[in-house]
Ligand binder design. Structure first.
Ligand code: FAD
Ligand code: NAI
Length: 465
């Protein structure tokens, strides 16, 4: 065999798996169909979206908040060309970084579509049609996911767009219609709302970011309404039509009452689907289960030498989940006994304020019939939040009614994305709400809201409320 391990796909699952395999002494190859490494996350996902979120946040602050801070500047203007160019530069720095890491770890990179010939042989077809084959003892499939289209209105990439095109627009839309009030809809919708677009979100369910704790969706609705975003919750989209310069959407609520929206762009963000096209899974007898590659608890497929990780298998479609799985598979191959606690994979929405969660939601605890108590603390009661004018949001702690063990941490507020790591740590070490409430938290910080919410949960005695 030429390689001990071959990884197909270079997203956060694939490239991290390859690095860990190389660290453990395996001769490792990685196959990526695109010229740049890093997959969805680095090229058209996590990184570019965060770059635009940051730029648009700067613009909003300069336009709406500098004056109150005592900074007088002429009315700022959006230079979308420069904003997109900076985003592309950030992407380049990151994907170049992965190429460097491949070299550093002596991982051989093959550019082209990888497909199984048999369980130990992979054909690589490059963009110009040239074919080559490699042989390998083990394979890790990390081929990721693609945006899900509406069945009746496929992406035309001009007016009916996915997140990929929304990261490359040449103008600020006049009216962006967003289908799906999930993570992408709220992140990219808020980017363009901040830049001055009218943004209307049409969501099938009755709440935003429906997989997160219900309180988070309600609060996010309030703060994004303040930003000017408009919402049609509980609406079923019936049709979307590209009429040249505009797109027309028709939807109806549960009572059948119809609405019609006209905009210049329609972002369809109704979820992503696992991607296995061209992989030749039929050659090794793997059948998909609801589009996903079936794996056991060790991320092994039905074949002993073939594993699958990341968006292409069950579980949350998150970069850090894919990374943990990459490490887990590599370490198993080396005979180690790694473990992932899926309950403690945090979820973050990078709106401003940010939303971040770990553990059980209140809805899940109710469904499980678990006896729990809650404690909340609002950002508006924090000195730190008043100083920065970030008073929107709250921390909500869910704890076991009998033992006080923390069961869930849910934050909407400034810097929630970074703060959630403290929730993960506390829960990983099975802390009680009282444990956290008795730890010193620096003053003034946003983290004081976590301490106060724990005080509220453990004994209903927050200090500053
Ligand atoms: P991917 O990153 O999708 O990588 C798969 C790679 O495999 C691709 O490069 C693809 O070209 C390649 N490939 C596929 N088939 C073949 C083949 N046959 N041969 C060779 N190569 C192949 N997650 C977060 O955790 N945080 C975020 O902030 C975040 N933001 C996001 C924002 C957006 C707009 C989007 C779309 C997603 C975001 N995600 C975020 C989700 C995150 O990008 C994915 O969960 C993550 O990229 C999954 O990693 P992966 O390695 O499984 O697959
Ligand atoms: P999503 O699953 O987060 O949200 C999709 C939303 O669309 C849901 O609220 C759903 O109820 C709604 N919906 C589904 N069908 C609909 C229809 N026909 N009409 C109206 N609404 C409909 O999916 P999204 O936002 O597309 O993102 C895909 C995935 O990418 C996320 O689930 C997440 O895993 C990942 N991602 C993660 C980010 C992060 O970690 N910050 C950022 C962006 C994406």
């Amino acid at each position: 065999m030429q390689y001990n391990v071959t990884v197909i796909g270079s997203g956060p699952g694939g490239y991290v798996a390859a690095i860990r395999c190389a660290q453990l002494g395996f001769k490792t190859a990685i196959i990526e169909k695109y010229e740049t490494l890093g997959g969805t996350c680095l090229n058209v996902g996590c990184i570019p979206s965060k770059a635009l979120l940051d730029s648009s946040e700067h613009f909003l602050n300069a336009r709406d908040h500098f004056k109150e801070h005592g900074i007088d500047i002429p009315a700022p203007k959006v230079n979308i060309k420069q904003m997109i160019a900076r985003k592309s530069d950030v992407v380049k720095q990151n994907v170049d970084g992965i190429a460097y890491l491949m070299k550093k770890n002596k991982i051989e990179v093959h550019t082209g579509v990888g497909s199984f010939v048999d369980k130990n042989t992979i054909k690589i077809t490059s963009a110009d049609g040239k074919e080559s084959t490699i042989t390998t003892e083990k394979v890790i499939i990390a081929t990721g996911s693609k945006p899900t289209p509406l069945p009746f209105a496929p992406f035309d990439k001009k007016r009916i767009i996915s997140s990929t095109e929304a990261l490359e627009l040449k103008e600020v839309p006049k009216h962006m219609i967003v289908i799906g009030g999930g993570v992408i809809g709220m992140e990219l919708g808020s980017v363009y709302a901040r830049l001055g677009a009218k943004v209307t979100v049409v969501e099938f369910l009755d709440s935003l970011i429906p997989t997160m704790d219900g309180t988070m969706g309600k609060e996010l609705l309030k703060v994004t309404k303040k930003l000017g975003m408009q919402f049609y919750l509980g609406h079923k989209v019936i049709s979307v039509e590209n009429k040249g310069k505009e797109v027309v959407l028709k939807a109806e609520d549960k009572s059948g009452k119809a609405i019609e929206l006209k905009g210049d762009y329609c972002l369809v963000s109704i979820g992503r689907r696992p991607y296995t096209d061209g992989l030749g899974l039929d050659k090794i007898g793997i059948e998909l289960d609801k589009g996903k590659i079936p794996v056991d608890d060790h991320l092994k497929t039905k074949l002993d030498n073939v594993y699958a990780i990341g968006d292409v298998v069950r579980g949350a479609m998150l970069a850090h989940k894919a990374e943990e799985e990459g490490v887990m598979v590599a370490e198993q191959m080396a005979g180690q006994k790694p473990h992932i606690n899926y309950l403690l994979i945090p979820g973050v929405v990078y709106t401003w304020p940010e939303v971040a969660s770990v553990g059980y939601t209140e809805e899940q605890l109710k469904e499980m019939g678990k006896a729990y108590k809650t404690g909340s603390f609002p950002y508006k009661a924090l000195g730190r939040a008043r100083a920065s004018m970030d008073t929107d949001g709250l921390v909500k702690i869910l704890a076991d009614k009998q033992t006080d063990e923390i069961l869930g941490v849910h934050i909407i507020g400034a810097r929630a994305a970074d703060m959630i790591a403290a929730g993960v740590t506390a829960m990983e070490f099975r802390a009680s709400a009282e444990d956290v409430s008795r730890m010193s938290h620096a003053h003034p910080t946003y983290m004081e809201a976590v301490k106060e919410a724990c005080l509220a949960a453990t004994a209903n005695r927050p200090i500053h409320m």
